[in-house]
Design a protein around this ligand. Sequence first.
Ligand SMILES: [Zn+2]
Length: 477
Amino acid sequence: VSHVNAVIYARISSDRGVSIEGLGVARQVEDCRALAVARGWTVVEEFIDNDVSASTGKSRPAYERMIEAFRGRRANGLVVWDLDRLTRQPRELEDFIDLADSYKVELASVGGEIDLGTEQGRMLARMKGNLAKYEVEQQSRRLKRKFLERAQEGKPHGKVAYGYRREPVLGDDGRIIDTVEVLHEAQAEVVRECTRRLLAGESVRRIVADLNAREVPTPRGHLWDGTMLRQVLRRQRNAGRRVHRGVVVGKGAWPPLLDEDTFDRVQALLSDPSRRTTRGNEVQHLLSGIARCGIEGCDGVMRVTLGRMNGGKQAPTSYNCRKCYRIRRKKADVDAVVERVVVARLSRPDGPDLLAGDPELLASARAAADTIRARLNLAADKFAGGEIDGDQLARITASLRPQLDARETEVRAASPAREFDRFAGREIAASWAEAELEVRRAVIARLMTVTLMPTGSGGTFDPASVQIKWSSSRDEL
Ligand SMILES: [Zn+2]
């Protein structure tokens, strides 16, 4: 038997819980050196992969170099701590067995002798490999299962969210056995305050400016901006809902910051396209982004063009279709027509009802939404349990998601809009006149669609070219 020039291969495991936990690479190498000495082998090189899992199939640079060392016949022996350090994928093991055959590589492992040169040794190695693969799969299933269980129990996952802090739960022996989330009162109050102000008609921009002026700390201690505030206000968890893989799967085990109605109304407000303002433009207009273009097949959205000085004459500010540019109407004329119609409609005895929501529709839409959420939940369950694969889950989610969105839209439409309470039991014209622009815009967007129809050649304004269609079926005009 010729002399064995051996290499040592060691790997820091990131497959936690599967193999010997915390087995430092220094220990591995030390044991391997001792084994090489015991067998009378010369160690010519040591290859160490840091924090790389053998199961993920990611490249292991030191492993590759080791293979090259055998191919280059610089070594003909290998010492590992255990076979699972070397490979956890059966395919890779077969490759290694082929290589060991071709280059007559001898293998020694601290965890037991496996001679890849014999059929028995190979079978043992394969069994070990399959066992390792099985363990890895189990491990990943266990983890998925754990996350799903936590979700189903409504337990939080990940970082603690703004508005909450995490408190340890102690066992009888005084050790920490779990954590619970409780309200962070100061932060919770910020969320509630912003919600209230938003529903009262204030703009995100104004609230953000105020928070920064008062030096209210953000989740990460920087300055507030609109995106961050929206993110904070849009978290389903604020209403006590637990989200798993982007889907609400049930009630959270933490106290809600807001009641569900209030939360849903804020979502409606934040997702309302008519609220989206043009960037950096402080000036808002009654119908910009709300009124639509009446040119056949256009359906563009109206924006405001500010009146410019033109040959010493001030051109009037106007609504202008930003898609086809074929509709242009003086803003003051259009606003006057729409406001007159809204005030007249709200002044009728049943006017305030239009803003009161529809409890029956609300209940049925909520129930339907819950059913769809339960189906999504079931699909996530099946995925975690290995009954369906990721593609199937994606397909199921893709078909259910739009249905859920539609139901949620219904929920929003049927919810009472308490920010419009001021219109109840008062003289409408007066409360309309003093309502903030955002509130007036929200009322219009809720009650009607405004379309600016084309008219003949120029000339005088025709009020009939402002087409108003009521959203409620009771108001076919
Ligand atoms: Zn148009």
